[in-house]
Design a protein around this ligand. Structure first.
Ligand SMILES: [Zn+2]
Length: 304
């Protein structure tokens, strides 16, 4: 699933492409992917203008005219593809699982192509937005866990209010971060970092990286961390996320940017995806375990 840096990359690219465009028409191929799950979604969205695109946690927010919003969660296999009116500068999507990814990379040329090349809408297209300038935005989702919600201001505040601290915001102070860690002192630190109601946008990849950077074992109870370890984690999280945004995210099996490019963060990862490889902090090797059902990478020598 794309995490904060990957979603931020998509948001920045989408904002650049669809801001100020008017939505001429909407086609929903699978009502299961939208809320409300009816024609009402179409009626509400059609005719509105896109004011901008932003992010909260791992959610993409398209701000519409009339104080309405589209909230998009890509989940495991959701993908947004923008296609301009000339059919060029086609955007590759967002997480494309293997083996479809191979096909998709061929289908969405890395640096533009023409309309016919996209093959969109495809059988995986759930929603299509047509803009008045002839461009399109496709929401494709193979496994259909992803969704697009149309909401008013009140629901928007409710939905975005469910999430915890944004690690790149001013609210991410040492004091607030410490308070979040102390909420459930017996829970393992990695699970705290990944709990979206406490800290927003950090998932499996960046939780492993942050724990390694702070030299903390992912299994440590959050309440047992020293002030020094908490301070190290607090510094490491935004530093790693900012680098990942600069690199346009991590392209593991499931993510490419909306420009169809690979994110370049992979080579900067210290432990994630490096099971059995040489540790980048000592002479040992990177270990792997399951923690709360998620694959977890760590170095038993570097992390305490
Ligand atoms: Zn090590």
């Amino acid at each position: 699933m794309p995490e904060l840096p990957e979603v931020q990359t998509i948001v920045a690219e989408l904002d650049d492409k669809i801001k100020n465009k008017a939505i001429k028409s909407v086609e929903v191929f699978k009502f299961k992917s939208v809320r409300p799950m009816s024609k009402k979604f179409v009626q509400e969205v059609e005719g509105r203008k896109v004011l901008g695109v932003k992010r909260r946690a791992k959610m993409i927010i398209i701000e519409l005219s009339g104080k309405r919003y589209l909230l998009i969660h890509l989940k495991m296999t959701g993908q947004l593809v923008f296609q301009n009116k000339a059919g060029k500068g086609i955007s590759g999507g967002h997480p494309i699982p293997l083996p479809a990814r191979i096909k998709a990379i061929k289908a969405y040329p890395l640096h533009g192509g023409n309309v016919k090349d996209t093959g969109l809408p495809s059988k995986f297209t759930r929603v299509m937005l047509d803009f008045s300038d002839g461009s399109h935005l496709y929401f494709n989702d193979i496994r259909r866990f992803g969704w697009i919600k149309f909401v008013d201001e009140k629901s928007y505040l409710e939905e975005t209010g469910k999430y915890g601290l944004e690690p790149l915001s001013k609210d991410f102070t040492l004091k607030n971060f410490t308070a979040a860690l102390k909420r459930y002192p017996n829970r393992k630190i990695k699970q705290i970092l990944m709990d979206q109601s406490l800290i927003a946008g950090v998932g499996n990849i960046y939780a492993d990286e942050a724990d390694f950077a702070a030299r903390v074992m992912p299994t440590r109870p959050a309440g047992k961390l020293t002030a020094n370890e908490i301070s190290k984690l607090h510094k490491a999280i935004p530093r790693i996320l900012k680098l990942a945004i600069k690199m346009k995210g991590t392209s593991a099996d499931t993510y490419i940017t909306t420009s169809g490019e690979q994110g370049q963060m992979l080579k900067h990862l210290k432990v994630y995806g490096r099971k059995g490889e040489k540790c980048r902090g000592c002479a040992g090797t990177v270990h792997w375990m399951r923690l709360g059902g998620r694959g977890t990478h760590y170095c038993p020598a570097c992390q305490k």
